[in-house]
Design a protein around this ligand. Structure first.
Ligand SMILES: O=P(O)(O)OC[C@H]1O[C@H](O[C@H]2O[C@H](CO)[C@@H](O)[C@H](O)[C@H]2O)[C@H](O)[C@@H](O)[C@@H]1O
Length: 295
């Protein structure tokens, strides 16, 4: 993936991400939230990820949706120590191999990519209250002083910016469909006026707005359901919905999507995600940013 000579290897970046995640786990997140972070990073970095899940969701019966919703939202059957062990297996602390990292990074440009929810902020019931701590912001600011740093998230870019509040970062919101560069240099603090770099799903904006309004209306009878407008995509949260109502909620979403074959459904942690059927995702956004940064 990283062919540019000036760009550090995937392995090193992966380790940096793990390092950032381990910072977040040790200083901010209660240990019970570690598996949430693992799911987020796993989805992003190609760690165990059930592609069939997405296929099954599209056009599948509601019962299959419910199975997927359960599968992606496991109850705490495993002990916390078991969960921590499997987390560490895939995300070893970068500090244990720091010398190797420094060696591999020699002469290369290190770029840091981070997810937001469950990585920089704890997972919380209300998506509008997923605040990051001042300590995390200061750490992120420090990282951005040394390396180009990007936040790649399913969230609306403006919303995540309001949480992070650092103009010196790159942001790829809406699952990578809304990419901007820094509006402030981390070193000099001057405004270098970089704006939107790429928005491959602009033509879907009216449709996303339309479906947002429909979903708001259709889901209002399901207690706890929350529809979030992430600009180029939508989220239907079921974290606060009683499991008995998951089928009803999934059926409502399915019926709406039948009318919009240009949209597809994917699934995150206790959230159904609706997005345009374009060949673009967080991985593509990452490649796009690497190419821009390597120039
Ligand atoms: O791809 P991501 O950047 O990981 O975005 C996935 C979803 O993240 C947010 O939801 C998650 O965090 C919420 C706040 O902690 C939590 O309430 C929810 O259950 C999680 O799924 C975001 O609100 C969603 O729009 C994203 O789809």
């Amino acid at each position: 993936m990283m062919t540019n000579q000036n760009v550090v290897t995937h392995e090193v970046i992966n380790t940096l991400i793990a390092m950032a995640a381990s910072i977040s786990n040790s200083t901010v997140l209660p240990s019970a939230t570690v598996p949430e972070s693992m799911a987020v990073l796993g989805g992003f970095w190609g760690l165990p990820h059930n592609k069939n899940l997405v296929k099954r969701l599209e056009g599948a019966k509601v019962s299959a949706w419910i199975d997927s919703m359960r599968a992606s939202s496991p109850t705490r059957a495993k002990s916390e120590s078991q969960e921590k062990r499997s987390w560490i297996l895939y995300h070893p602390s970068a500090l244990n191999t720091f010398e190797q990292i420094v060696y591999s990074a020699k002469g290369k440009q290190i770029v840091v990519f981070l997810d937001y929810d469950g990585t920089l902020s704890p997972i919380v019931a209300d998506p509008n209250k997923a605040f990051m701590t001042r300590k995390m912001r200061a750490t992120l600011k420090g990282i951005a002083r040394h390396f180009p740093t990007a936040i790649v998230t399913g969230r609306c870019r403006d919303k995540v910016y309001n949480f992070v509040k650092l103009a010196e970062l790159y942001y790829a919101g809406s699952h990578g469909m809304d990419i901007t560069g820094p509006t402030k240099s981390p070193k000099q603090g001057n405004n270098n006026n970089k704006a939107v770099l790429f928005q491959p799903a602009s033509q879907f904006l009216p449709m996303i707005d339309e479906v947002y309004k429909i979903l708001l209306e259709k889901t209002k009878t399901v207690p706890g359901a929350k529809v979030e407008n992430n600009k180029f995509c939508l989220s239907v949260h079921f974290r606060c919905v009683d499991e008995k109502s998951w089928a009803a909620l999934a059926e409502k979403v399915r019926l709406v999507l039948i009318e919009y074959p240009q949209l597809r459904l994917t699934q995150g942690r206790k959230v159904l995600e609706i997005r345009p059927t374009i060949k673009w995702d967080k991985g593509k956004a990452l490649e796009f940013l690497l190419e821009s940064l390597g120039e």
